[in-house]
Each structure stands twice: as structure tokens, then as C-alpha cells.
Design a protein around this ligand. Structure first.
Ligand code: AMP
Length: 403
């Protein structure tokens, strides 16, 4: 499937039509207050386009994991308020525990062109995550057209991302989805070279398929974070108490051999920031030392890349034309152990290359460290961007109508 062959919202004739938009309003909440509104802001272009073009705009999303039952703390009510402020326009929140209930039906029936209605959390219904037919049909009964703009949920075949498409005239990608596909798709399939990918985060096992796919695409693969220690162990180094997946040592050895065959450079940390124990709480003060990557004492744990590694990685980024980054270089939640992640973020911020940040922790790190506006693209989907990097087809995009 070519993602670029899928219809986008501009290919639809939306005037006077009821258009259901699957957004990703899965925002972080603390005591009912939205603590990061990025996902709401990212949804605005599609919503605004539909309003401006005379559609009746019906929005839906999941929020958290209510596990198939109504949970008041996971209601989309706070999103309705914030969204209304952002749009400068009143929107109707249809607070049905069954998502498509009397409130939703009445609100949609009363809509005029340009009006906006938000449905309740789709995961209040157990069928949502099973792609059940009943909820898919109910969602479809509310609308004529469907737009999927929830990149963060595009790797899941759910009622509100895939099932509903069987019950509408046409389906298309929204602007956010199209932007994600354009950046990630071009980077992975048609990169301006040199193409450098940086992988980090806790576990090597989570990124096996990403490593394998990127070995066929990238010129350089930089590996930091907790996952680097399994690679270091594969080189025969002592890694002490560092994160290590003994079942994946052979895999790492195989990947390093394959990289050599293909002429792909793999860069591993050459020095590490170590401590005797993992910080508790995670941001507690901690005494650290820097040692060479092949000199980690057996009773110590590596928790960040050291300064020489940071420089090595930054230099590689300087020569790149395309950089994709997924996963922090260390325990970035702790200021003492965030330096490697900051150094990489800084290098990306300073380069003219196209810089793409996978969602999840890397996006959060880049944003909280203040480098957000220096990146070409920060993906809104952690799991979805990883699956994209694995080369998998995303069902939420595959289900859209062809051009
Ligand atoms: P992931 O969800 O796989 O992207 O992993 C992100 C998590 O990995 C963060 O919470 C980091 O604190 C953690 N992490 C990164 N490097 C290390 C390390 N060397 N040791 C333990 N945890 C790490």
C-alpha cells in the first residue's frame, strides 16, 4: 500500500455533509486539568478546514484506558472546554456513556453547517478496541463521511479508526495524519542522505523490528539508552547491573554483523554514566561516575551515555541530512542522567537536516527540554511511529478510500 494514494480531507466534498473525525484527544490529565494540549492543537487544522467548508463536524476520540466502561475521570468533557476555547466557537459535548446515545443523536440532528459536536470517550464501549460491528455501525449512522486524523491510534484496528469506514460513503486522512505520513514516509522510504537514525529507550526487545527495518534504510544507526547495554554485552563487555536482555544478545550480535555486511554504521556508547543504584524516586539526587563503555564495574549500573558518546553522536548528526530519533539516551527523568538526551536533542536542534522525533518519551523529552520548535516534525504517535519505522502497514491509514 502506498500511503500517498489515500484520499485526504481535501479530496472530499464536505459542504453540508455530516463528517465524523477521529481525533487523538488522548491528552495527559492531572486532577481533571489538561497538562499538555499538543494533541488538541495538532487536531485544529482539520477541524477548522471542515468548519470553513460548511461541514457538520462530529468529533470522536479515546482518552486513557477506561476498559470498556464509563469512567468519569476519563470523560472528554475537559477536552470539549479546551477545544472550544481554541476554536473560539461553542461546541456541543454529547455526554452519552454509550457514546452514540440519545444526546449524540439529538445533537447531530440539530447541527447546522459549520457546527461542531464532540462524542464521549469511544473506549467507554468494550467493542471499540475489538473493532466490533455494532459500535462501528452506530458511529457510521451519525455521519456521511469519515476522516481519520488520529495518527496516535493509526496502528490499531478499532471501531472508530477502521470499523466505521464500512458504514460511510468515503473515508480520508486528515491534515495531521497526512503530515505524519509525509514526514515519516519520506524519511524512511525516500530519505535525503546521509540518513541517521537514533534509537534509545529502555528495552531492546521493543525495537527489534525497528532495528531490522532501519538496517535496510539508514546509513547510520546510533544506539543509546538502556537498550545499548545488550549490544555492549554482545561485544563481550561487562555491563554490570545495567539493563540487559540476555535473550537478545545473539540477536544484537547478528544485527551488528548484518550492518557490517551492508556497510551501515552502528554507533554504540563509548562511555557511560554509572551509579550504584537506580534513583528512587526517579528524580532523586544521585552520585555518578563516567567510565569507558568496556569498563563498567560488575556492581554498577549504566544510566546515561557519557560525554564522549554524546560528542560522537552529535558529530554524526552534524553530517546527516535526515535524522529520525526514537527513545531517550538515558534516564532523562533525572536531571543528572538527562545530559546525554539533552546533548542529542541539542545536536538535532542545531542541524539543518530534516529532524523527525518519534512520539512518546522522545517527544516528551524534546518538548520539556525546550527544543520542540527546533525540530522539523515531532510525531504525535509513539506506538504508531514505531510501527511505521518497523515498516508495518498501519490499519487506520490502510482503511481510507483510495484516490
Ligand atoms: P522507552 O519507553 O522504551 O522509550 O523507554 C523510555 C525509558 O527508558 C525512560 O523512562 C528512561 O528512563 C528509560 N531508560 C533510558 N535509558 C536507561 C538506562 N540506561 N537504564 C534504565 N532505564 C533507562
Amino acid at each position: 500500500m502506498s500511503y500517498l494514494s489515500k484520499k485526504t480531507v481535501e479530496d472530499l466534498n464536505v459542504a453540508g455533509k455530516r463528517v465524523l473525525v477521529r481525533c487523538d484527544f488522548n491528552v495527559p490529565l492531572k486532577n481533571g486539568v489538561i497538562t499538555d494540549e499538543n494533541r488538541i492543537v495538532a487536531a485544529l487544522p482539520t477541524i477548522q478546514y471542515l468548519i470553513n467548508n460548511g461541514a457538520k463536524v462530529i468529533l470522536c476520540s479515546h482518552l486513557g484506558k477506561p476498559k470498556g466502561e464509563p469512567k468519569p475521570e476519563l470523560s472528554l468533557a475537559p477536552v470539549a472546554v479546551r477545544l472550544s476555547e481554541k476554536l473560539g466557537k461553542e461546541i456541543v459535548f454529547a455526554a452519552d456513556d454509550c457514546v452514540v446515545g440519545e444526546n449524540a443523536k439529538a445533537a447531530v440532528a440539530a447541527m447546522k453547517d459549520g457546527d461542531v459536536v464532540l462524542l464521549q470517550n469511544t473506549r467507554y464501549r468494550a467493542e471499540e478496541t475489538k473493532n466490533g460491528e455494532a459500535l462501528s455501525a452506530e458511529l457510521g449512522s451519525l455521519c456521511d463521511l469519515f476522516v481519520n486524523d488520529a495518527f496516535g491510534a493509526a496502528h490499531r484496528a478499532h471501531c472508530s479508526t477502521v470499523g466505521v469506514t464500512a458504514f460511510v460513503e468515503e473515508s480520508a486522512n486528515g491534515y495531521l495524519m497526512a503530515k505524519e505520513v509525509e514526514f515519516l514516509g519520506n524519511a524512511v522510504n525516500n530519505p535525503v542522505r546521509p540518513f541517521v537514525t537514533i534509537l534509545g529507550g529502555a528495552k531492546v526487545a521493543d525495537k527489534l523490528n525497528v532495528i531490522e527495518n532501519l538496517l535496510n534504510k539508514a546509513d547510520t544507526l546510533i544506539i543509546g539508552g538502556g537498550m545499548a547495554y545488550t549490544f555492549l554485552a554482545a561485544k563481550g563487555y561487562e555491563v554490570g547491573k545495567s539493563l540487559l536482555d540476555t535473550t537478545k544478545i545473539d540477536y544484537c550480535r547478528e544485527m551488528m554483523a548484518r550492518a557490517e555486511e551492508k556497510g551501515v554504521k552502528i554507533l554504540l556508547p563509548i562511555d557511560c554514566v554509572i551509579a550504584s543504584d537506580f534513583p528512587n524516586p526517579i528524580d532523586a539526587e544521585i552520585d555518578v561516575e563516567v567510565v569507558a563503555a568496556d569498563a563498567i564495574p560488575a556492581d554498577m549500573e549504566g544510566m546515561d551515555i557519557g560525554p564522549a558518546s554524546a560528542e560522537l553522536f552529535a558529530n554524526e548528526v552534524k553530517n546527516a541530512k535526515t535524522v529520525v530519533w526514537n527513545g531517550p539516551m538515558g534516564v532523562f527523568e533525572n536531571p543528572t542522567l538527562a545530559k546525554g538526551t539533552i546533548a542529542v536533542a541539542q545536536a538535532l536542534a542545531e542541524t539543518d537536516a530534516t529532524t523527525i522525533i518519534g512520539g512518546g518519551d522522545s517527544a516528551a523529552a524534546v518538548n520539556t527540554l525546550g527544543f520542540g520548535d527546533k525540530m522539523s516534525h515531532i510525531s504525535t504517535g509513539g506506538g504508531a511511529s514505531l510501527e511505521f519505522l518497523e515498516g508495518k502497514e498501519l490499519p487506520g491509514i490502510a482503511a481510507m478510500s483510495d484516490k
